[in-house]
Design a protein around this ligand. Structure first.
Ligand code: PAF
Length: 280
């Protein structure tokens, strides 16, 4: 695996590969890799000639200083995992490589999609994600870019970004990978204490039960029932739990076709935010 820190070196390598008609799959990450990331890498390896992975903890997308300062860093372990997976290129830039001094973030317009759910709870988060991805996309010019369904709202924002930038990148959304308990894999799961980690499957179970309940009771009743089940867990508090149109995250209304919906949730468990969703 080639490890590159400079964007000009990445551009040179990519231009050489593109001249040789190689397709490029891009897996952006913030490191602390787990099997969720590995599934994106495996899909890219299966679908493209060259897989490039980036590791960059993007300060612009953190609305909370403590979250940024405690974000897990495991760079040596990450590099070993990427080598084992046969990743071709690792882009590992410093902050100054991505954001030159006086960098002015672009204020994209996502028609309000960046201001609801995760965007409402983490003001500025999606602007930070969009800015860093624009920079990465311009350096790497991938044919495909791989994202996990766990961060479902992010995948919609990325699709809108691609439309706004008018760049021909095919966005691939890969299924959620889960721990044995059912907990959706996330780099932040290491912050759960042992007891909470082993009990953390409750959210996935509740979402599945909600999906079943939609066949028998009204959407509003099913959502309230699911929220009351979350509340039975001493350390859990529901931030949002909704049944939404999966294309735009508008509220589910009578008349929507159920199989175009998504159950979207965020639950604070101890000091960790768990994000999860199920497509209906
Ligand atoms: O999903 C993430 O890990 C980040 O939001 C991403 C896409 C790497 C951008 O920093």
């Amino acid at each position: 695996m080639l490890l590159i820190k400079g964007s000009n070196e990445v551009k040179k390598a990519i231009s050489f590969l593109k001249n040789s008609r190689k397709t490029i799959g891009f897996v952006p990450t913030m490191g602390a890799l787990h099997n969720g990331h590995i599934s994106l890498i495996k899909q890219s390896k299966a679908e493209t000639d060259i897989t490039l992975c980036s590791i960059f903890i993007n300060p612009l997308q953190f609305n909370n200083e403590i979250d940024l300062n405690t974000y897990p860093i495991k760079i040596e372990n990450d590099i070993e995992m990427l080598i084992n997976e046969g990743v071709d290129l690792l882009f590992l830039p410093d902050k100054s490589e991505i954001y030159p001094e006086n960098y002015k973030p672009i204020d994209f317009s996502f028609d309000g999609l960046d201001l609801i759910y995760e965007g409402k709870l983490r003001p500025g988060h999606f602007m930070g994600v969009a800015n860093v991805l624009k920079i990465f996309f311009e350096i790497i010019e991938p044919n495909y870019a791989y994202f996990g369904q766990k961060d479902y709202q992010q995948t919609l924002i990325v699709r809108k970004l691609i439309e706004l930038l008018k760049i021909p990148i095919d966005i691939k959304v890969c299924e959620i990978v889960r721990e044995e308990t059912g907990l959706a894999m996330s780099s932040r799961n290491v912050r759960l204490n042992e007891t909470n980690r082993s009990n953390s499957g409750f959210l996935f179970k509740i979402l599945n039960e909600l999906k079943e309940d939609l066949n028998n009771i009204s959407v509003e009743e099913a959502i309230e029932l699911a929220k009351s089940k979350v509340a039975l867990n001493a350390e859990a508090s529901c931030e949002y739990l909704d049944v939404l149109n999966r294309d735009n995250l508008e509220k589910w209304e009578e008349g929507y076709i159920k199989n175009q919906s998504i159950i979207l949730s965020a639950v604070k468990y101890g000091n960790v935010r768990l994000l999860d969703n199920i497509l209906i």
